[in-house]
Design a protein around this ligand. Structure first.
Ligand code: AMP
Length: 420
């Protein structure tokens, strides 16, 4: 029988590499936990309409990339392609916004699913850590989130990333810009699908990666010239706060992002070592999303950083994370009786908070010491019948290679003090 393989566009995280992913998730979450963001977890699937209304009917994510299914009970569900709509839905459902403490600040971490053409850095199952600040219009929040993402990337050691920043305007000024852009785009020579996009979501045409399209876009009206005074002032404040925090960014007038819900501030973190899939994270303000999914007006801002691409970015910069070995003590029993004794020792060590492991099965000394080496333990504890008869164990320092007998009675105390 042929063995099963992970589905196309997916991959498994296995040790030792999986430790890197955990470390990246933790590094991204740490500044959020430190800044008033509470942890939220939502289901891996939602009603399809949440995304078609929230993310946008005309976006690639909704029209081409969603994994949808109909249950036996007739529910139309979609595996979540992104986090924001779900988090806002959950916050509304739990009435978090009514607790009187706005903004509601939340962070999350999980799996997302998009039916995309797989390539390096683009998968059908990927992982994000995200943050949302719900219910408050305040440029300081937009700046806070950008600063926290920057802090997370810097803590990981990343340096070759850039922050692209733009404002998409609001419901006052964006429609004027939209009209002007549509008029410009209608005069271009574009394929049928793009022509359709002009009518549904003209801003997305600016995002078209094809050179022949980009060439024609030279001279397109820029949103910057249409921003209303309120949006302009808001954007200036975000920029000023970032500058004061010494977070460098680049103004990018063409940054529109692939989701319909964004208003005002939008930003993307791009990494220069990743080739075509260079966006490691992105986000922005979504003041209208709550109303789009049936809630009250709740101006909000958030981001999601891709864990997979952040790991690729680390590799591109040649950064190895300092991940401490998980096992401190590795026990090597020689014989049945020694196994029973060391099993009990390992259990006691673990209960006292020392990370310990044991050589299982009936390996000989050589194979067991190899296992001890592989575990990267600081100490090996070797027990043979003769030592045990005298109430002793051999403690081997795996760094110096030195070995000495220690008393079985006080093994836990000895090891805790040596490891501290
Ligand atoms: P988006 O919601 O498309 O802005 O995605 C936010 C981040 O999630 C991106 O910057 C990527 O790091 C990551 N991401 C999105 N789609 C994928 C994918 N198909 N494979 C891997 N990472 C992804």
């Amino acid at each position: 029988m042929s063995t099963f393989k992970a589905p196309k566009g997916t991959y498994d995280l296995t040790p030792p590499d999986s430790a890197k992913y955990l470390a990246v998730r933790e590094a991204i979450a740490a500044p959020l936990k430190n800044s008033g963001y509470g942890y939220i977890e939502t289901p891996g699937f939602e009603n399809v309409e949440l995304f078609s209304r929230g993310v946008g009917e005309s976006t690639d994510i909704v029209t081409k990339e969603m994994y949808t299914l109909t249950t036996k009970g007739g529910d139309h569900l979609a595996l979540r392609p992104e986090g924001t709509a779900s988090v806002l839905r959950a916050a509304l459902e739990a009435n978090l916004h009514k607790a009187g403490n706005l903004p509601v600040k939340l962070w999350y971490s999980g799996s997302y699913y998009r039916y995309e053409r797989p390539q390096k850095g683009r998968y059908r199952h990927f992982s994000q850590v995200g943050a949302e600040a719900i219910g408050t219009e305040d440029p300081a929040l937009d700046a806070e989130l950008i600063i926290l993402a920057d802090q997370a990337y810097r803590a990981l050691g990343l340096r070759q990333f850039r922050i692209l920043l733009n404002s998409l305007g609001d419901k006052e000024c964006r429609p004027l810009y939209r009209d002007a852009l549509q008029a410009f785009l209608r005069g271009l020579d574009l394929d049928e699908e793009t022509a359709r996009r002009i009518e549904i979501n003209p801003l997305r045409v600016l995002d078209d990666k094809r050179a022949e399209v980009q060439k024609q876009l030279v001279g397109a009206p820029l949103l910057r010239d249409y921003l209303c005074d309120a949006c302009k002032a808001y954007h200036e404040e975000v920029r000023a706060l970032l500058t004061t925090a010494a977070v460098a960014y680049e103004d990018d007038e063409k940054l529109v992002r692939g989701l319909d819900y964004y208003t005002r501030t939008t930003f993307e973190f791009v990494h220069d070592g990743l080739g075509s899939q260079s966006a490691v994270g992105g986000g922005g303000r979504y003041d209208g999303l709550s109303e789009m999914i049936g809630g009250p007006a709740l101006p909000s801002v958030g981001w999601a950083l891709g864990v997979d691409r952040t790991v690729l970015a680390l590799e591109a910069e040649g950064i190895t994370l300092d991940i401490p070995s998980t096992t401190a003590v590795f026990a090597v029993p020689l014989g049945e009786e020694a196994k029973r004794v060391l099993f009990a020792v390992v259990t006691r060590l673990r209960r006292s908070g020392v990370a310990a492991d044991l050589s299982y099965g009936s390996k000989g000394l050589k194979a067991a010491m190899k296992a001890a080496n592989r575990s990267q333990a600081r100490f090996a504890l070797v027990a043979g019948e003769r030592d045990l008869a005298e109430g002793l164990l051999q403690l081997k320092d795996m760094e110096s290679g030195e070995q000495e007998p220690i008393a079985l009675d006080s093994v836990v105390e000895t090891l805790t003090s040596r490891l501290s």
